[in-house]
Design a protein around this ligand. Structure first.
Ligand SMILES: Cc1ncc(COP(=O)(O)O)c(C=O)c1O
Length: 442
């Protein structure tokens, strides 16, 4: 069996299809008429949602779905403390960020206190894409170079500059001249010594840029390698690659849009798992639990450089309502002990999923940390070839049984398990039981 590659927006995508419920069909029609070609929906039968709470999403037909792949409402859908904080702030004061306002500064200080010393400045934005766009500019100015190294199926956002460093987006497979791609850090590619192999690949990529007269600006990775298929182990494997990037005069940019805010269960940040200190950290999705809040943390000298050249203002970044959402998220993470919870529930879930390998045909490797797990669906006969078609069937079968899950990896064959951090052990067990029952067959 050979595996077919898929671009990121094609994963678990609604592709038309007959047999839709009447209300869903009508909404799809209205959506297509207004969103046009940019419409991207999940599932063979898209979900028509009416509300959500905790780890559950409720649909118009009265069903409740266990949500196992949403890291936007990271501390739980519609968490009452976030809702209350945002609502109260909306009634108090909200505008752009060019005034002194207490909660913005409280938030900046509380958030920066979670970073290594030196990473002491923050720039607020509204999306992960804006954050990464800003990070690319920081790296270009600091290094004087233009070239970036990224992983094969990386996704870092949607601006022009960031799309260039997001190989999973390009339908054509075209790679921009200033970008070099390395394979994601898995044992299938690099063998037992992932750290050395990955660093060697990064060094080769940097050398190739330099050969072509393109200065090296930086290494940009999502520190849980989510769209590549989730790669977390062995902890520390990133360190030699980061050292190679620094030795070549570039920056290391840690994209924490996916692993950040406690998801990996070992503290707030994915990069900490590897014992490295980035030059730039970019954040988004879980930061405001659904309120658009994102940012870039970096060293003052790097930020100074950019502001000397251009300055930066983002109308909605650091608005008082955004800060209220961010403060509430930090408070919930702390008061509900969600980082330890992610480590405990995620660890047990990983063990149970790993036990399915060998007992359920087509279940392959499980990888990840905390509540960011990837489970490969592979050819039932050879046990190794990525099987994106079966993964797609599993995802839709899980949905029929009330469980929502995503896909990742170059072939869409990795089940992406990334629930709100409040996932209970009972719900984790229920998912494994359902997956065991439906299996990976047709
Ligand atoms: C790793 C990573 N970085 C950046 C982004 C872009 O974030 P946004 O959609 O908020 O612009 C995403 C979005 O999926 C992401 O997964």
């Amino acid at each position: 069996m050979t595996a077919a590659k898929k671009r990121i927006l094609a994963l678990n995508a609604f592709e038309g299809g007959a047999g839709l419920d009447r209300d869903v069909e009508e909404l799809v029609r209205r959506r297509k008429a207004t969103f046009g070609a940019s419409s991207v929906l999940f599932y063979e039968q898209p979900l028509h949602i009416v509300k959500a709470e905790g780890c559950y999403i409720h649909t118009a037909d009265g069903r409740a779905y266990l949500d196992l792949y949403n890291n936007v409402p990271s501390v739980g859908h519609c968490h009452p403390r976030v809702v209350a904080a945002v609502s109260a702030q909306l009634g108090q004061f909200n505008t752009h960020s060019r005034y002194l306002y207490d909660n913005i500064h409280d938030y900046a200080e509380q958030l920066l206190a979670t970073f290594p010393a030196g990473l002491s400045n923050i720039v607020f934005t509204c999306t992960g894409s804006e954050s990464n766009d800003f990070a690319l500019r920081l790296a270009r100015l600091a290094s004087g170079g233009d070239g970036f190294v990224v992983t094969r199926t990386a996704y870092h956002g949607n601006t022009t500059a960031v799309t260039d460093v997001s190989p999973s987006s390009a339908v054509s497979g075209r790679v921009a001249p200033h970008v070099r791609i390395v394979e994601a850090p898995g044992s299938a590619v690099y063998g037992d010594d992932i750290a050395t192999g990955f660093a060697a690949a990064v060094s080769t990529a940097i050398a190739d840029l330099k050969d072509k007269g393109i200065g090296f600006a930086g290494l940009l990775v999502d520190t849980i390698f989510s769209s590549d298929g989730v790669f977390a182990d062995p902890a520390g494997f990133l360190a030699p690659a980061v050292a190679a990037a620094h030795a070549a005069g570039g920056l290391f940019i840690a994209d924490e849009v996916q692993p950040g805010f406690g998801r990996t269960g070992g503290g707030m940040w994915g990069f900490a798992r590897h014992g490295v200190t980035p030059d730039v950290v970019t954040m988004g999705k879980p930061m405001g639990n659904g309120y658009p809040l994102a940012g870039v943390v970096t060293r003052p000298d790097l930020l100074q450089h950019l502001c000397d050249e251009y300055g930066y203002f983002n109308t909605f970044g650091a608005s008082p309502v955004a800060a209220a959402a961010g403060l509430a998220v930090l408070a919930v993470l702390r008061d509900e002990g969600l980082i330890d919870h992610a480590a405990r529930v995620g660890g047990l879930l990983k063990q149970r999923l790993a036990a399915l390998r060998g007992t359920v045909p087509g279940i392959g490797e499980v990888r990840g940390a905390g509540l960011y797990l990837g489970l490969d669906i592979v050819d039932r006969n050879d046990g190794t070839t990525p099987d994106g078609a079966s993964a797609s069937r599993v995802i839709n079968a899980l949905k029929r049984d009330g469980v929502l899950i995503g896909a990742a990896g170059p072939y869409g064959h990795t089940l992406k398990i990334r629930p709100p951090l409040c996932l209970t052990l009972d719900d984790a067990d229920r998912f494994v039981d359902i997956l065991t029952r439906i299996g990976t067959g047709g």
